[in-house]
Design a protein around this ligand. Structure first.
Ligand SMILES: Nc1ncnc2c1ncn2[C@@H]1O[C@H](COP(=O)(O)OP(=O)(O)O)[C@@H](O)[C@H]1O
Ligand SMILES: [Mg+2]
Length: 268
């Protein structure tokens, strides 16, 4: 069975989809077979992976019962488009509406080591489907004062999934995204997260903010290739993620790709 990870945040624009795209790239680099699932009707993840916009069927068809999950996989990506918004509305009136994604993924997860699910930027039925289907939840938080508030709301939804349909759902923690740790503002917000959630629930790696991400997204080229110096953040984030997942063999395979520790810089 695959490790299924729902990546969520309480709102849009926190760099979550970029994180799912890039973590997929890094985990593949570590020799893992990864399925990336786009669960956002905006289809940003599908765009970042440059999936043909005409590709059919998509996850919307799967959730609406028009296609099997297997048919909706295109090059290890399960893409989404606006039909997913319609599927969500239809789903709302059905029995077992929270279980639909879980059932669909069961059919296809076998050959995969990891399934990453990119949730939409709202804590509605689609996100609940992701949390019920997942083994783990991972939060992306924007690096600003209100980060804690967003994390708390997301944690409430995780609690709901745990109390109800997925008691074994594990919370991997939260990582700080689009961060400029040179500012007091970001450092304070980060310290506050650590204080409230405990140090083990806040990833040590923060993803630096850079305008280069816009160019990377526009060209659908991974930041790992577009700007390897920035991509290093995601290598370190994935290393922490693999440690938390207990996937030590993959972690060892990733080690040669990791940036050198900044010891020399610190000394100088
Ligand atoms: N580390 C980063 N630094 C600066 N901009 C980023 C970073 N990561 C993502 N972005 C940009 O921010 C915008 C929102 O990112 P996206 O991953 O789509 O967020 P979300 O899925 O949370 O809405 C995009 O234009 C993306 O290119
Ligand atoms: Mg997104």
């Amino acid at each position: 069975m695959a490790n299924k990870i729902a990546v969520l945040s309480q709102k849009g624009g926190t760099g979550k989809t970029t994180a799912v795209r890039t973590l997929t790239d890094v985990l593949r680099l570590a020799g893992l077979k990864v399925l990336a699932v786009d669960l956002d009707p905006q289809g940003n993840l599908s765009d970042y992976f440059d999936v043909d916009p005409e590709a059919e069927p998509t996850i919307g068809d799967v959730l609406a019962g028009r296609a099997s999950a297997k048919q909706a996989i295109h090059g290890d990506v399960m893409p989404a488009n606006l039909s997913l918004a319609e599927a969500e509305l239809q789903l709302a009136g059905k029995m077992g509406r929270e279980l639909t994604l879980r059932k669909a993924l069961r059919e296809v997860e076998g050959p995969y080591d990891i399934v990453l699910i990119d949730c939409p930027p709202a804590l509605g039925l689609l996100t609940v489907n992701a949390l019920v289907a997942a083994d783990h939840a991972l939060l992306s938080a924007e690096a600003q004062y209100f980060a804690m508030q967003g994390v708390e709301q997301a944690l409430e939804v995780i609690e709901l999934a745990r109390d109800g349909l997925n008691p074994d759902l594990d919370w991997l923690g939260v990582f700080f995204n689009i961060a400029d740790m040179r500012t007091v503002h970001s450092r304070e917000a980060y310290a506050s997260l650590r204080e409230h959630l405990g140090e083990d629930k806040v990833f040590s790696t923060t993803i630096r903010s850079s305008i280069a991400y816009a160019g990377s997204a526009e060209r659908a080229v991974s930041i790992l290739e577009y700007r390897p110096d920035l991509g290093a953040d995601y290598l370190l984030l994935a290393d922490e993620l693999l440690r938390r997942l207990g996937l030590s063999a993959a972690r060892r395979r990733l080690t040669p790709h990791l940036p050198d520790p900044p010891a020399a810089v610190a000394a100088g």
